[in-house]
Ligand binder design. Structure first.
Ligand SMILES: Cc1cc2nc3c(=O)[nH]c(=O)nc-3n(C[C@H](O)[C@H](O)[C@H](O)COP(=O)(O)OP(=O)(O)OC[C@H]3O[C@@H](n4cnc5c(N)ncnc54)[C@H](O)[C@@H]3O)c2cc1C
Length: 409
């Protein structure tokens, strides 16, 4: 029987695994390999840091969820993909190395978030991109008595060569991989300090390695600038963070910003397992260039979806789900099940939530790709929408079959 391996355990892997299973049933053996038995929904980690959620609330046990739907699960850390011999090499939890052959592989292992590229990270850095980081920030916030707070993201080491085989406007260049969580944290911490009655003791600076929120329209950026003025937040552009010290952060040019509490979304690089794979599978950044069906431009039986795909800019769950679904639909046709393949129409769609002040800002903006949609709407219902999305994700165990009927995230 045709064997399909799906690598990863969040949006970029769960969506194609579930979709393909639904489409092809028993026509293929589908196995998902993730480095951990558990998967945490990243979207709610900022909520953990401000104490309104706990990590256990959005932890998925893949070893239960997938077999329930007829998908095999294996815990293992992928070391490399040998695309020439159709093999994935991975390390099992007991340390043994396994080589597994595939007919098709869907790569959804994401990017690498690289705090280790910032000097002083271990000692003074805080983040929300993994559960343990969000918990560490939550503890630090409890003790924080006031001072300078900085929030920003590291540089995005985006690949440039070879390019995906898609229209150029679909793959914009960007200095930051994903600034939505930075925006969200800047709102959430305002709510947090307000609730604690210590806003007057905090001075917040938001910085960007390029132009902040460059993936949004100029109108939306202007509105955010005005909003920050009202909130008393200083905005610094073109600050590529290089070092975190006890009371300041330093960029590559030696500029500094005072910082007693440094919250950083780490630099994004290609996943080490992909950098270690057959060299012409990946671009010079370690991401997989594909065509519009998410098929590798070099290897016909390799698909890439989500953050691991060179085309998804910014690195966004909304795009991970879209690319994952398209990969599954395309593969279903090759496995003999005629299926309509969605068109890849990217847009920056997300909700920046501020639960402690009871509102969220819903963004739907495709100006980054040359489009004309540019919506950024603050409202109380957006906070509720994000909450409902998380509930739906957990209830469906990460199977977002109805997502495309939900309108906006
Ligand atoms: C704090 C934060 C908040 C965010 N909030 C939003 C939001 O509100 N809305 C939105 O649209 N986007 C948001 N994003 C972006 C979104 O989380 C990502 O775009 C999305 O998770 C990408 O999904 P993915 O599955 O492609 O990659 P990932 O989420 O990176 O998942 C990769 C998976 O592969 C596994 N893996 C990695 N390497 C290996 C390996 N070598 N072997 C085996 N398994 C491996 C990982 O454990 C993980 O399960 C946020 C990102 C962050 C960091």
């Amino acid at each position: 029987m045709t064997k399909v391996l799906v690598l990863g355990g969040r949006f970029g892997a769960l969506t194609p695994a579930y979709t393909l299973k639904r489409l092809v049933g028993s026509k293929a053996e589908i196995k998902l390999i993730n480095e951990s038995r558990f998967s945490w929904l990243r979207l709610d980690l900022p909520h953990v840091s401000i104490g309104v959620k706990d990590v256990e609330e959005f932890r998925l046990d893949l070893s239960q969820a997938l077999p329930e739907k007829g998908i095999a699960f294996e815990e293992g850390k992928v070391q490399k993909i040998d695309a020439k011999s159709n093999q994935v090499v991975y390390q099992k939890p007991d340390g043994t190395i396994k080589e597994e052959e595939y007919d098709y592989v869907i790569v959804g292992i994401g990017a690498h978030l690289a705090p280790e590229l910032i000097k002083g990270w271990d000692q003074y850095g805080y983040s929300v991109c993994e559960p343990e980081y969000a918990l560490k920030l939550r503890d630090r916030l409890k003790d924080f008595k006031g001072g300078n707070v900085t929030i920003g993201s590291g540089f995005f080491y985006q690949g440039h060569n070879p390019k995906p085989k898609v229209p150029e406007n679909l793959v914009p260049q960007s200095d930051a991989a994903c600034e939505g969580p930075v925006f969200e944290m800047s709102l959430m911490l305002h709510g947090y300090f307000l609730k604690k009655g210590m806003l007057d003791k905090v001075k917040t600076t938001v910085y960007s390695p390029g132009e902040y929120l460059s993936d949004l329209s100029s109108g939306a950026r202007k509105a955010v600038g005005e909003m920050y003025k009202q909130l008393g937040v200083t905005l610094v552009n073109n600050f590529r963070i290089k070092e975190i010290k006890e009371h300041e952060i330093v960029d590559e040019k030696g500029n500094t910003i005072p910082s007693d509490l440094t919250v950083v979304l780490p630099p994004y690089t290609g996943n080490p397992a992909l950098k270690n794979s057959t060299p012409d599978l990946v671009d010079d950044g370690g991401f997989i260039p594909t065509d519009l069906n998410m098929v590798s431009i070099k290897y016909d039986n390799v698909y890439a979806s989500g953050d691991a795909n060179a085309m998804t800019v910014p690195k966004l769950a909304f795009l991970a789900v879209k690319t994952g679904r398209i990969a599954a639909e395309h593969l279903a046709n090759r496995l003999g099940v005629p299926t309509k393949i969605d068109t890849y129409v990217p847009s920056v769609v997300c909700i920046a939530d501020n639960p402690l002040e009871g509102y969220g800002v819903a963004v739907n903006d495709n100006s980054f790709y040359g489009g004309t949609i540019a919506k950024a709407i603050p409202s109380a219902t957006n906070s509720l929408k994000k909450e409902l999305f998380v509930k739906y994700f957990m209830w469906s165990k990460g199977d977002l079959a109805l997502e495309k009927y939900m309108g906006e995230w």
